[in-house]
Design a protein around this ligand. Structure first.
Ligand code: NAI
Length: 220
């Protein structure tokens, strides 16, 4: 990757999908793939794939295609997946427990090291060997263990204060599920995840498709 070239977030957001497909190909023992084959599998145009990958020097050879393992590893490095991340979950209710119970993150190097809540009924409980601790212990835990990422699955009324504290304690990233737009110092990166936004987009697509069908029916 060239130092002076900033990759657009639109490209970055497509990389995890390339990474997943390439990982699947690797598991099937596929050694190389052309941008055309990759485009057919992923339902993205071949030129889009070439353009995206050219951002990082291409990785492909004319007439040969892409070396799947090399491309997979390089995209992993670009995404920062060659290193491990220590994560905590703040708010161990329905969503927090669902995330804690998923083992798909640890496979990618995201290690869950702590769970925090205010509810005495949850404190002391353990999920996959990780204990739920009182939020009062969170500052010490984050500092002592060098926690990288906090997953925020707590009520929205308390999330701003928690995010500000976590930023002060040296957290690098917040994976925010609460429906609040957080403002934190630029030492902290935020990725918001809102399933309802995705659902609303789906509703738009359904309605758009129905309108298209109606228009087509009328014109026939
Ligand atoms: P929940 O009520 O089951 O869990 C919230 C947990 O946070 C409880 O265990 C509670 O004791 C704990 N908590 C309360 N104050 C706290 C504090 N100061 N520090 C640490 N923990 C604290 O709620 P649920 O359904 O798990 O939702 C959690 C959050 O995630 C809510 O903000 C909700 O709006 C959001 N959410 C977001 C979704 C998304 O797609 N982004 C989907 C579903 C929920």
């Amino acid at each position: 990757m060239t130092e002076d070239k900033k990759i657009s977030m639109a490209v970055v957001r497509r990389l995890p999908r390339y990474y997943r497909y390439l990982g699947e190909l690797l598991q099937k023992g596929v050694g190389k793939i052309s941008s055309r084959e990759l485009s057919e599998k992923m339902n993205v145009t071949a030129s889009q794939i070439r353009q995206d990958l050219n951002n990082f020097g291409g990785f492909g050879q004319q007439g040969y295609g892409y070396n799947v393992e090399y491309l997979y590893n390089e995209i992993g490095k670009i995404l920062g997946l060659h290193q491990n991340y220590k994560m905590i979950i703040v708010g161990v209710g329905n969503l927090g427990q669902a995330i804690a119970n998923s083992n798909s993150f640890s496979k990618r190097g995201f290690k869950l090291v702590g769970l925090f809540d205010v509810n005495p009924k949850l404190i002391g409980m353990s999920i996959h060997g990780v204990e739920v601790m009182d939020v009062d212990c969170m500052e010490q835990f984050v500092k002592e263990n060098g926690v990288d990422i906090a997953i925020l699955t707590m009520p929205k009324t308390r999330v701003k204060e928690t995010a500000e504290n976590l930023a002060k304690w040296g957290i690098k990233g917040l994976w925010n599920f609460s429906p609040v737009d957080l403002i934190v110092p630029d030492t902290v990166q935020i990725e918001n995840v809102h399933l309802s936004h995705s659902l609303m987009t789906l509703a738009y697509m359904i309605n758009e498709a129905e309108e298209e069908r109606e228009k087509k029916n009328k014109s026939e």
